[in-house]
Design a protein around this ligand. Structure first.
Ligand SMILES: [Zn+2]
Ligand SMILES: [Zn+2]
Length: 374
């Protein structure tokens, strides 16, 4: 969710003064505040938009940036609803206006979900053909083996937090400039988990998890593109006390193969042929991804002509028919010629009625030569 035009959202002119902006915001915030509109998702959405708009226009720096670039993308306020209520970029706003973040933790008897993690994998271009199982290393928070994630020692049980009675949140009513606001914040004593550990496990100090180095074999599917991310469900950090495991996101890099350039499913390569091969035609070997391939050079092939070898590219993601290999002909001119070779080339030129080359520095007059050629 992002506000397209904060001026329109707050209903103020672009020339509005800071006081006018603030006043418009307060009026709308009072009207749409969730406490005034319980169980009204539309009002809640509107309230968020208003708050977002004011987060931009109420901040001179962000307002200037919006005025200049006409965008809020770069303001660090592009977060979704989750960020909003968990204080992602709006913490300061709620801090300023409501005296606390609008976090609504729901304690689940101490259950804590594991974090999602990110790891990287590198494969060769040739592995894109059939996919590959690769080892991926990363650090994760693993369920403590000593206490099986309970965080307690000697098999004792966590107790219900006395501060929040296990709810995980504490509420407070505050007087603010837009009226009295009920705020709900994570319980400071139990950090929102709803439990207290009286006798913490000595291995994990009551955290229930310990950091470990993990190595996991991940199956990279055929046809993957460099930079694509695979999600491995449940392989992130461990959840504890009934919480679910996080996921592992593996960013796949495909190493450069100097022989080929890749464009989606197709591959491109170059092959050197001689002037004689280009003129007369030939059958040559071309290096394919996994094996040498036969390529028919047509008579009269010109420099830069491209041949297509079907089904020698890469498959679509997940497999299937391969793309094609495009081979560009590079015609190589000999760097040196012997006297006998030069004589044959001159003879050949004469036979074709072409200018007969005399060698560098031998022609009498370059302009005369151009003239004669015509
Ligand atoms: Zn508590
Ligand atoms: Zn432990």
């Amino acid at each position: 969710m992002s506000v397209q035009d904060p001026y329109a959202t707050l209903g103020v002119a672009r020339s509005a003064s800071p006081d006018e902006i603030k006043s418009a915001y307060r009026k709308l915030a009072r009207q749409y505040h969730p406490d005034v509109n319980p169980n009204n998702p539309e009002a809640e959405e509107k309230f968020k938009e208003i708050s977002q708009a004011y987060a931009i226009l109420g901040d001179p720096e962000k307002k200037a940036r919006f005025d200049q670039f006409g965008s809020v993308e770069d303001t660090g306020f592009g977060g979704g609803q989750g960020d909003f209520f968990q204080g992602g970029g709006f913490g300061d706003l709620f801090e300023a206006f409501f005296g606390g973040q609008q976090a609504q933790p729901r304690a689940r008897g101490g259950a804590r979900d594991g974090d999602d993690l990110r790891a990287e994998a590198v494969i060769e271009l040739v592995d894109v053909l059939e996919g590959k199982e690769v080892p991926v290393k990363f650090r994760k928070a693993a369920r403590c083996e000593t206490c099986s994630g309970s965080g307690t020692s000697d098999g004792s049980k966590p107790t219900t937090c006395s501060e929040c009675q296990g709810r995980g949140s504490v509420t407070a009513v505050r007087q603010t400039m837009i009226g009295s606001i009920r705020t709900s914040t994570p319980c400071p004593k139990c950090r929102g988990e709803g439990i207290t550990i009286e006798n913490p496990c000595s291995t994990c100090r009551g955290e229930g998890v310990t950091p470990v180095q993990e190595e996991l074999f991940v199956t990279i599917p055929p046809g993957i593109d460099g930079g694509q991310t695979l999600r491995v469900q449940g392989k992130g950090s461990d959840g504890i006390r009934g919480g679910s495991n996080g996921d592992l996101y593996v960013v796949v890099h495909v190493a450069e193969d100097k022989r080929f350039i890749r464009e989606g499913r197709n591959l491109g390569t170059e092959v050197e042929i001689t002037y004689a091969q280009a003129a007369i035609g030939d059958v040559i070997a071309v290096e394919g991804l996994t094996e040498n391939l036969e390529l028919n050079i047509e008579p009269g092939t010109q420099p830069g002509d491209t041949f297509r070898i079907k089904n020698q590219g890469l498959p679509r993601i997940g497999g299937g028919t391969r793309g094609d290999l495009f081979v560009e002909a590079k015609i190589v001119v000999p760097k040196k010629t012997s006297q006998a070779e030069a004589n044959l080339l001159k003879e050949y030129s004469e036979l074709r009625g072409e200018p007969v080359p005399q060698g560098p520095g031998k022609s009498a007059n370059i302009f005369e030569k151009i003239f004669k050629r015509k």
